[in-house]
Design a protein around this ligand. Structure first.
Ligand code: CTP
Length: 399
């Protein structure tokens, strides 16, 4: 959704990670972007322009002069796109950019560019650690370019260390931010996600079917729009969202303790976690053995986290989520009032296409002012965008 209709320039320089740039190009095209590839001569030694041409459906630009070169491309290419991504960016390309050198098409395009640039370095660890390379990286950052950290791991040359091109997924996240309106800049957004685990004994627990997908989508959406995001997550199988501070917790009590610390400094809390309302009264130290025909366990109520946080509320926007099997709007309204919320996102669970563990959701937004906004069936990413639209409008611009 973020990349739909966006025009991107992908600069490919000469490192072995150039082969991964083909996958990046493909994924961006599938996501709806128009991708124009510019390759350095060394880049073309690793992957042929034909590969990118076939993947993007556009001609690949590779030289300032000679057959195929367009007279004004070196100026226009970097100005008519929404963002530029350099993947891989070699030490040589980074050095030339830092020094202001334009001795081939890509470096000249970068000198004339007026759009945001994402630099994705990939090189041998020793090169990455060189003082001069680090100085050059510092210069690019000081000029406002976004530079990703290379990943640590096994490198093609046999070394282990920092230098791997960041995963395509992460490059796409970083790039998504560069093409998204930054209307949450300066805001500190706290998001909760996933189920809680309430232990019964060392191997058994009480939990629910929440996958965490809605909360993780909210955290990603807020980060893309410029917010500083802390995601407090119960146990999930999801990967940490790029750029977001992730705090993993297990039980409702642990989640409450973390939120008590974080909530006062936040501008908004989005409480998407499916918190267990009850926990076993006591935790058995040893595994409970099979015994009598029937077993009974006493449960005690967990704190209602949103209610507990009411006393710490100053001017934070607080958003709750209500998963209901019936009387959606009435139940949503009741919870909004009861928990003193600014917005409640109510959804019907028990349907195959909405609610737990699926990628789509059909929700109704209910505001403190009494507005009721039913949304159609959307992806969780789209639902997250709608909630961010509401939030951006509500939050005063940060000073
Ligand atoms: N919530 C919370 N603390 C709890 C339970 C829920 O803060 N112990 C939050 C959820 O994260 C959600 C909102 O309250 O944002 C509504 O959750 P829901 O489970 O629908 O509400 P309950 O008050 O537990 O009501 P119900 O009786 O329907 O379970």
């Amino acid at each position: 959704m973020v990349f739909k209709g966006k025009r991107l320039l992908l600069g490919v320089s000469g490192g072995i990670a150039a082969y991964k740039a083909a996958e990046l190009a493909r994924r961006l095209v599938v996501a709806g972007a128009g991708v124009k590839v510019v390759m350095t001569r060394s880049g073309q030694e690793f992957v042929t322009p034909l590969t990118f041409q076939a993947l993007t459906g556009q001609s690949v630009a590779g030289s300032l002069f000679g057959p195929g070169a367009q007279p004004l491309e070196h100026v226009t290419l970097g100005q008519e796109v929404d963002a530029i991504v350099l993947a891989p960016a070699t030490a040589n390309l980074i050095g030339k950019m830092a020094a202001g050198i334009g001795d081939d098409l890509l470096t000249t395009v970068l000198l004339a560019a007026s759009r945001p640039v994402l630099v994705c370095p990939a090189m041998n660890s020793q090169m990455w650690r060189q003082v001069v390379v680090q100085e050059n990286i510092g210069r690019l950052k000081a000029r406002g370019l976004t530079v990703m950290e290379p990943e640590v791991g096994a490198l093609a040359c046999g070394d282990e260390g920092p230098g791997r091109l960041p995963e395509v997924e992460r490059i796409m996240e970083a790039l998504a931010k560069l093409v998204t309106c930054q209307d949450l800049t300066g805001q500190r957004i706290l998001v909760t996600a996933g189920p809680t685990h309430e232990d019964l004994d060392p191997v058994r627990l009480i939990t629910n079917r929440s996958s965490g997908k809605m909360g993780y989508a909210l955290a990603r959406a807020a980060w893309r729009r410029g917010a500083e995001v802390c995601l407090v997550s119960g146990p999930t199988a999801l990967a940490a969202p790029y750029g977001v501070e992730l705090v993993m917790v297990r039980s409702a009590q642990e989640m409450l303790a973390t939120l008590r610390q974080r909530f006062p400094a936040a501008s908004a809390l989005l409480m998407a976690a499916a918190v267990s309302d009850y926990r076993p009264e006591s935790l058995a130290v040893q595994k409970i053995k099979r015994g009598a025909e029937a077993q009974q366990f006493q449960l005690v109520q967990n704190p209602d986290i949103l209610k507990e946080l009411r006393s710490l509320k100053t001017n934070q926007m607080v958003v709750g989520f209500a998963a209901e099997t019936q009387d959606l709007v009435a139940a949503g309204r009741r919870k909004l009032k009861d928990k003193d919320l600014d917005l409640i996102v109510a959804n019907e669970v028990g349907r195959p296409d909405a609610g737990f563990a699926v990628d789509t959701n059909e929700v109704t937004l209910i505001t403190r002012e009494g507005d009721i906004l039913p949304l159609p069936l959307l992806s969780k990413e789209e639902v997250a965008q709608k909630i961010m639209d509401w939030l951006a409008q509500k939050l005063a611009p940060a000073k």
